[in-house]
Design a protein around this ligand. Sequence first.
Ligand code: ATP
Ligand code: MG
Length: 365
Amino acid sequence: MGAITIQELTKSYGETNVLKGIDLAIDDGEFLILVGPSGCGKSTLMNCIAGLEDITSGELFIGDDNVTSVNPKDRDIAMVFQSYALYPTMTVERNIRFGLEMRKYPKDEIESTVKDVAKLLQIEHLLDRKPSQLSGGQRQRVAMGRALARSPRVFLFDEPLSNLDAKLRVEMRTEIKKLHKRLGTTIVYVTHDQVEAMTLADRIAVMKDGIVQQFGTPYEIYNDPANRFVADFMGSPAMNFVECIVFEGNLIVESGNQRHEVVIPNTQAVIDSGLETVILGLRPEMITEPKPHAESGYITQMQLGVQVTEPTGPDTLAFGEWNGQEIQARLSPEVGAQAEIDGEVQIQVDTGKAVLFHPQTGARI
Ligand SMILES: Nc1ncnc2c1ncn2[C@@H]1O[C@H](COP(=O)(O)OP(=O)(O)OP(=O)(O)O)[C@@H](O)[C@H]1O
Ligand SMILES: [Mg+2]
């Protein structure tokens, strides 16, 4: 059983508190993605799970076993470090087989495993080389191969694809997803890549300053963010935030000589909050050119001054300002091209799925 239960885990280095009470219950066979800004404690948490760092307080279980003070090698975990260390004097092949030999796997099983893993990671042609003769991305794949050759209870991957080129990265992402489907082993995986996070995860834990801000499915994190930090951190291009005046449960956005009354679904929550202003959170896909069949009661039409456009291929992002705040609209390539020429565009804002935040604390309303 590879479930991981983390209870009130803290980790300090002297006076510096890096992890400030982490509670996570990761199911057996789950693919957990850990995201958060640089320095928020992701690698530290991985090292604590692996047992490479002692924890300051709290408890850690794998399956039913309390492993809080169990030696790393007895935790049955395979890990790929952020700064992957290979044995420099051994060939790639030896690097991959070494752990299996130490664990006394049968010889023919080692042979076939090394072959399978090398094929999966596209490093078959490199098996006789030493690490010093490899590129960064090749080394990273060998490090991955060393972990994947084993059949542990848990895999820990700390940014395992960060050094690969874009194409290989996408291929490896798919291979990892297939592998997880086939093996069903619990995986904790750190990434800075939004697409990796959304596509691989069963659930995502978003961290900031040593605290888990939200733990949920990719759908929940994207559509139902717990606070402004999560909303801002997840999603590319990022969510738009516009300050509004609250008036009788509706939201007023005053921008230059335009005034828009914006209708939102959760009127009562806004009234109950007693706030005079709130922050309206809108994903770029909620700001588009007018759709002919838009019948929802949450549509606001307006004219957006366009400062710059960025064609991405399938659609074009248009940057403008609303109430002094930069917003990004997602337009079709044709409308986007015209908007670039005209310097303005007619848009609709669909607030049917907008989210609201407290203007000072960033908490969800
Ligand atoms: N041995 C140490 N002594 C003191 N502080 C440390 C030590 N190791 C890490 N830290 C601090 O702990 C914090 C978290 O570091 P960690 O490596 O876990 O961040 P991270 O989320 O993995 O960041 P990144 O995305 O850049 O890899 C950082 O502020 C770091 O400086
Ligand atoms: Mg790290």
